[in-house]
Each structure stands twice: as structure tokens, then as C-alpha cells.
Design a protein around this ligand. Structure first.
Ligand SMILES: Nc1ncnc2c1ncn2[C@@H]1O[C@H](COP(=O)(O)OP(=O)(O)OP(=O)(O)O)[C@@H](O)[C@H]1O
Ligand SMILES: [Mg+2]
Length: 185
């Protein structure tokens, strides 16, 4: 009996420090292990609480990592009820969010995100280069103060194409169903 207690006493300071460090890091950043597509979707809904109008969120991760999956959750969390498709051939899709003040359904998002009335879902996987990017006119989306802009394959952009303030979601594929997801803002 004595040994386990001693073991616990020895590991306590380390455990305390680890928990302290993690909660410190998590004040603005989030690290999450997902083992199901549904969990990733739910995390998207959760992230909605951190979003406000004008926000730009960049998504990074390999093919099939779950970028669209988490975006589906964000869109649902913001009150969008339609289908969310990867805009691969279209580059940009626009989703309008109907005012929730008249709706009978319970709002799913926080007060911060209530004034968001539009979502721009951008997928840059097939971006052909500078000319393509210019014709896309990203700035117009970034400047829309009623919208949030969500960009898949944001690694196709250069730093100067991005607004200084943006949030990032990085998804790493660990195994067929496991993902490590990092959110920073
Ligand atoms: N834990 C998980 N989280 C997210 N998706 C998962 C998970 N486990 C399995 N999946 C599956 O991985 C796929 C993720 O597809 P999704 O379209 O979201 O990826 P993506 O990153 O947008 O890819 P692309 O670069 O092609 O747009 C889905 O088929 C989903 O069911
Ligand atoms: Mg996608």
C-alpha cells in the first residue's frame, strides 16, 4: 500500500505542473484528439463560440483530414441549416444564415456569433496561381463585416494575402479515424 502512495506523491508535482501548463496554453489555444468524424463535427460547433463577425479562419491538413467535416460543424453551430459541400470546383461557396431572432428553434450559438449572417467557404486546393488568386478577390470577403470566412488549403496563400488577424485550425491524420486538431486564435 505504501508504494503506490509514495508513487503518487512523487508524481504529484509533475502532474500539477503538466495540468497547469496545459490550462495555461489552453487559454487561447486548443488541442483536441478526435476519434470519430462526429467528434470533429462537434468540435466545429464548439469553436463557433469563439467566432465573431469579420473573422477569418484558415484550415490546414492533408486530403481527407477533416477540414470540411469541422467546417460543417461550424456552419451548423452558426445556425446554417443547408448542405455544406467542399467547394473544390467553385473555390467559394456562400451560405446565408437566416435571422435567428424570429426562429422558434433554440439558438445553437453564443451571443458573439449571433450577428454573423453569412459564411464564405473557400477551398483553394485547385487554385492555379497568382492570377487566379487576384480574380478571387479575397479582400472583399475579408472586409465583409457580416460574415466569417473559412478557408481550406490556406497553405496555398502567401502571408501577404492574409489578414493580420486570423484564426487557424490544423488537423493531423494519426490513423484512419484518429485526428489531432489544433485551434489557435
Ligand atoms: N476523426 C475524424 N475526424 C474527421 N473526419 C474523419 C475522422 N475519422 C474519419 N473521418 C473521415 O475522413 C473524411 C474527412 O473528409 P473531409 O472532406 O472533411 O476532409 P478534408 O480535409 O476536407 O479533405 P479535402 O482536402 O479533400 O477537402 C470523411 O470521410 C470522414 O468521415
Ligand atoms: Mg474539404
Amino acid at each position: 500500500m505504501w508504494y503506490p502512495i509514495l508513487g503518487l506523491r512523487r508524481s504529484f508535482p509533475k502532474l500539477f505542473l503538466k495540468n497547469f501548463m496545459e490550462s495555461y496554453i489552453n487559454l487561447s489555444d486548443l488541442k483536441y484528439k478526435s476519434t470519430l468524424a462526429q467528434e470533429t463535427y462537434n468540435l466545429g460547433k464548439e469553436i463557433t463560440k469563439q467566432l465573431k463577425v469579420g473573422d477569418v479562419v484558415l484550415f490546414y491538413g492533408d486530403l481527407g483530414a477533416g477540414k470540411t467535416e469541422i467546417i460543417k460543424g461550424i456552419c451548423a453551430g452558426l445556425g446554417y441549416k443547408g448542405r455544406v459541400l467542399s467547394p473544390t470546383f467553385q473555390l467559394v461557396r456562400e451560405y446565408g444564415i437566416k435571422s435567428r431572432s424570429n426562429s422558434n428553434s433554440k439558438p445553437t450559438s453564443s451571443s458573439k456569433s449571433k450577428s454573423i449572417s453569412k459564411i464564405y467557404h473557400i477551398d483553394l486546393y485547385r487554385l492555379e496561381g497568382g492570377a487566379d488568386l487576384e480574380s478571387l478577390g479575397l479582400e472583399d470577403y475579408f472586409e465583409d463585416k457580416k460574415a466569417v470566412t473559412l478557408i481550406e488549403w490556406a497553405d496555398r496563400l502567401r502571408n501577404e494575402d492574409l489578414p493580420k488577424k486570423h484564426k487557424e485550425v490544423k488537423i493531423e491524420i494519426v490513423s484512419e479515424e484518429e485526428r489531432m486538431i489544433y485551434f489557435n486564435q
